[in-house]
Design a binder for this molecule. Structure first.
Ligand SMILES: *Cc1c(COP(=O)(O)O)cnc(C)c1O
Ligand code: SF4
Length: 703
C-alpha cells in the first residue's frame, strides 16, 4: 500500500498546478489508487483520471447529502442493510481497491470505521434469524480486498444458513486490481456456489488484457457475472461510449445489470447528469443492439429504493389495445386478448391517417416538418372515435400507406395527413382513398391540390370576384416586377402551409430585398415565389364547419400589438411557432374578434363564398386581412387546418369551436358526420344517438 501511495505521488508531481487542490480535497475525502489503475490514465482529466483523482468541486458541493439513500435507517445491526423484503446487504469490510470519487458511500470510504469480526458475526446472526432473507449481497467497501480466509469465513457462514439461497459478491477488484483474482481465490469461492459476482465497470478504457483475464477466470469458475455502471458526467454520459462498454462487457461474458443515475451524494454534484440523458442512452441502445447488452436504468431514490426508468414507448392504452412507438419512432399497435373485455364491433372500421412530426434533418429547412402533427393529435382523435366504434386504427401516412389501407378493409378514413412530398402532397391521401373506394373526411383531391397552390387558388378567387391581394409569380430573382405591384410587398413560397417560408423578412421594401428573399425561397423550398401586395389592415382567421349548410364559426383576430418592435405584423413562422406560445396565448389571438356587425357580415360572406368557390367540404380555415380601404381580402385558405386538442396551443380551428362551447370530441364527430352525410352513410351505422345529436344541434343552431 505504501508502494501505491509512492507511485501516485510520483505521478501527480507531473501536474504541480493541481497538487494544492488535491491535497485540500484529500483531507476530507482520502485518495487511493491502485498501481494498475493509475497506469490506465492516458491524459490529464481523461475518464480514468476523473474517477480516481480528487477534484476541488468535491468540497464545494453544497447541494447534496452525506447519506441520501438513508441507508443508516435500514441498518438493524451494524454492518447490515435490510432494505428489501427478501435480500440483505452485508458490509463485509470498508476497504476498497481504490476510492472512486463518485462513491455513494463516500462518507465512509477510507475513514477509520473498522468492521470487526464481531460486527460480521452479529450481521450473520441477524440473517439466520430472518428466514425471509434468501439472497445476501456481500459488499463493502470491497469484499475481494479481504484475505481469502476472511472472505471464506463469511461465505461458509452464509452457506450454513439454510434459507440463504443466493450469495452475491459486489466488487470492483477485477477492473482495478485484476491480479487479485487468483486461482486459489476462485477455487475457494467455488465451494460455496451458487455465487453471483456483480462487477463495476464505468468506461471501455477499463477493459484491458488484465481485466479480461481476471473476468475470464471468474466466468470459468462458474460465477454468473453482472456489471453495474454509474452514469457519470464527463466520463460515460455518451451513447457511443456506453454502447462500446456494454458490448465489450458482453464479449467478456458479463451481463450489464444496472445503469445507475448518480446518487445525490455530498461531494459528487459535478458527476450528476440530467435523467433525460440516461433515458436517451437507453433509447439509443434498445433495438439498436442486443437486449442482453442493455442494463436496466435505475434511480436509487432517497428512502424509496431502486426505481427502474424506461423511455416512454407507450403512447396510448385502454383495455382493448396499446399504441406504442418503436425504436425507429414507428407507431405500432398491440391488441389485448378478447377475454379481457374487448368487444368486437365489425360493423364500422375507421382509420385516422396522419403525418408525424420528425426532428428536422440535416440539409432540410428547420420548418420542414412544421405542417405535420405530434402523435397527441391522432391519439386525441382516436380517443373520440373509440366512443363510436371499437375499430379505430392509427395509420401513419408513409409510403406503405396504400398497402396498409388495402389490408385494413376500412369503412371510412378520418384524414388529417398533410402529405409527404411534392407540391400537390395534400391531395395524395384523398387520391389514394378514392382509388381504393374508401370514403373519407375533409376536402377532396382537387380542392386539396388547389388550396396548397397559392397561385391557382388566387386565380379561382379572382374569377369569383372574391377580393385577394394582387400578385405575381417569380421563377427567378431577376424577373421583372409587374407594374401593378408597389412596395412594400409580401413574398412567400407558392406551395407551403403552416407559415412555412414566411419569415419576419418576408415583407420587402425595395428591389434588393425582394431579390434576396425570392432567391432564398427558390433555393430552400425549391419552388417559385409568390409576390403579393402587402395589406396594412387587421388580420382574421375564419373557420367553417359542415356542409349543409356550412357554419361560420366565431372569428379569430390575430393580434400583433404584443410583439416587440422590429417584429413585423404578419403571421410569420416566428410569430406562429415562437412568439405565439402558451405564455402569450391570450394576447396573440382574440376570439370572438371585436368587430362591428357590418365587418362581421362582410367577412362571413366572403368566407362562405370562398368555401364554395374552392369546393371545400366538412371543415376549412382561411385567413383574411383588411386592405387600406378596410375591405377583407382572402390571403390564404387551408383545407386541412390543424386540430391540436390542447386549448393552450391556440390552434385556431379548435379555438373557434371552443368559443362556441364545443368540446374536442364534438369537433371530431361534427367533421366525421358531415362527411358521412355527404356519402349518404350516416344512417347505415348505428352510432350512439347522443353523439349524433351534437351533430344535429350544431347544424340547426346556425349562426
Ligand atoms: C441494490 C440493493 C440491493 C439489491 O437489489 P437488487 O435489485 O436485488 O439487485 C439490496 N439491498 C440494498 C440496500 C441495495 O441498495
Ligand atoms: S469500489 Fe465501490 S464502495 Fe469502493 S469506493 Fe468505489 S464505488 Fe465506493
Amino acid at each position: 500500500m505504501s508502494d501505491t501511495k509512492m507511485n501516485t505521488n510520483e505521478f501527480l508531481k507531473q501536474f504541480p498546478e493541481r497538487l494544492k487542490h488535491i491535497e485540500k480535497v484529500c483531507k476530507v475525502y482520502p485518495m487511493q489508487i491502485s498501481e494498475y489503475y493509475l497506469k490506465l490514465i492516458k491524459n490529464k482529466d481523461d475518464p480514468i483520471w476523473k474517477q480516481c483523482i480528487p477534484d476541488i468541486r468535491e468540497i464545494e458541493d453544497e447541494v447534496n447529502e452525506e447519506d441520501p439513500l438513508l441507508e443508516e435507517q435500514y441498518t438493524p445491526v451494524p454492518g447490515l442493510i435490510h432494505r428489501y423484503p427478501d435480500r440483505a446487504l452485508l458490509l463485509a469490510n470498508n476497504k476498497c481497491a481504490m476510492y472512486c470519487r463518485f462513491c455513494t458511500r463516500k462518507r465512509k470510504v477510507g475513514k477509520d470505521i473498522t468492521i470487526t469480526k464481531n460486527m460480521i458475526i452479529g450481521a450473520l446472526q441477524y440473517i439466520s434469524k430472518h428466514k425471509e432473507i434468501r439472497d445476501v449481497i456481500v459488499s463493502g467497501g470491497d469484499p475481494l480486498m479481504m484475505s481469502d480466509d476472511g472472505l471464506e469465513f463469511i461465505l461458509r457462514s452464509l452457506r450454513e444458513i439454510k434459507h440463504v439461497e443466493i450469495i452475491r459478491i459486489g466488487t470492483r477488484v477485477p477492473g482495478v486490481i485484476p491480479s487479485r483474482i487468483t486461482s486459489t481465490l476462485c477455487n475457494m469461492m467455488k465451494k460455496y456456489h451458487p455465487i453471483y459476482i456483480n462487477l463495476h465497470f464505468e468506461h471501455p478504457m477499463e477493459i484491458t488484457e488484465e481485466s479480461k483475464k481476471a473476468c475470464n477466470m471468474l466466468a470459468d469458475s462458474g460465477f454468473p457475472l453482472g456489471s453495474q455502471t454509474v452514469l457519470l458526467k464527463g466520463i460515460n454520459d455518451n451513447e457511443e461510449v456506453m454502447k462500446e462498454l456494454f458490448q465489450k462487457l458482453m464479449a467478456m461474458r458479463i451481463k450489464p445489470y444496472y445503469l445507475y443515475q448518480a446518487d445525490m451524494v455530498k461531494g459528487t454534484e459535478h458527476f450528476r447528469t440530467p435523467v433525460t440523458k440516461g433515458l436517451e442512452i437507453i433509447k439509443s441502445l434498445q433495438g439498436h443492439t442486443s437486449g442482453l447488452a442493455i442494463p436496466q436504468y435505475i434511480i436509487d431514490t432517497p428512502g424509496g429504493g431502486k426505481i427502474p426508468l424506461i423511455p416512454d414507448y407507450i403512447k396510448f392504452k385502454n383495455n382493448e389495445k396499446i399504441i406504442m412507438e418503436n425504436f425507429e419512432n414507428k407507431i405500432v399497435e398491440y391488441y389485448e386478448p378478447k377475454s379481457s373485455g374487448r368487444k368486437k364491433n365489425n360493423k364500422f372500421k375507421i382509420a385516422v391517417v396522419f403525418n408525424l412530426k420528425k426532428q428536422s434533418e440535416k440539409n432540410k429547412p428547420e420548418d420542414y416538418y412544421a405542417e405535420f402533427d405530434n402523435i397527441e393529435v391522432p391519439i386525441a382523435i382516436q380517443k373520440a372515435l373509440i366512443k363510436l366504434t371499437d375499430n379505430v386504427d392509427l395509420l401513419e401516412s408513409d409510403n406503405n400507406l396504400f398497402e396498409k389501407l388495402k389490408k385494413g378493409k376500412y369503412n371510412f378514413v378520418f384524414n388529417i395527413a398533410e402529405g409527404l412530398l411534392g407540391e400537390s402532397r395534400e391531395s395524395h391521401v384523398p387520391a389514394i382513398l378514392e382509388m381504393l373506394g374508401i370514403p373519407y373526411s375533409g376536402s377532396g383531391v382537387c380542392t386539396q391540390a388547389i388550396t396548397l397552390d397559392k397561385r391557382r387558388k388566387k386565380e379561382i378567387l379572382g374569377f369569383h370576384n372574391i377580393p385577394t391581394p394582387r400578385f405575381q409569380i417569380m421563377n427567378s430573382p431577376i424577373e421583372k416586377l409587374s407594374q401593378h405591384l408597389t412596395y412594400p410587398l409580401f413574398v412567400k413560397p407558392n406551395c407551403e402551409g403552416s407559415s412555412k417560408g414566411i419569415r419576419n423578412n418576408s415583407i420587402v421594401h425595395n428591389k434588393d430585398e425582394l431579390m434576396k428573399v425570392v432567391m432564398k425561397i427558390i433555393e430552400v423550398y425549391n419552388q417559385p415565389a409568390l409576390i403579393e401586395e402587402f395589406l396594412p389592415g387587421r388580420e382574421f382567421t375564419v373557420s367553417i364547419l359542415g356542409n349543409n349548410p356550412p357554419v361560420v364559426l366565431p372569428i379569430v383576430e390575430i393580434k400583433f400589438d404584443y410583439l416587440p418592435s422590429g417584429i413585423n405584423n404578419i403571421d410569420s413562422y416566428e410569430v406562429k411557432w415562437y412568439w405565439d406560445n402558451p405564455k402569450t396565448a391570450k394576447k396573440a389571438v382574440q376570439c370572438p374578434a371585436k368587430i362591428d356587425e357590418k365587418l362581421e357580415k362582410q367577412i362571413k360572406n366572403i368566407a362562405l363564398k370562398t368555401y364554395s368557390a374552392l369546393g371545400c367540404v366538412d371543415f376549412t380555415r382561411m385567413d383574411l386581412r383588411l386592405d387600406a380601404h378596410g375591405i377583407p381580402n382572402v390571403i390564404d385558405v387551408n383545407a386541412l387546418p390543424g386540430l391540436m386538442p390542447d386549448p393552450k396551443e391556440n390552434s385556431r380551428f379548435p379555438k373557434s369551436c371552443y368559443t362556441l362551447g364545443m368540446t374536442f370530441e364534438e369537433i371530431i364527430y361534427k367533421i366525421l358526420f358531415s362527411a358521412m352525410e355527404r356519402y349518404g352513410l350516416l344512417e347505415k351505422y348505428n352510432f350512439p344517438s347522443e353523439k349524433v345529436k351534437c351533430f344535429v344541434k350544431i347544424k340547426t343552431e346556425r349562426l
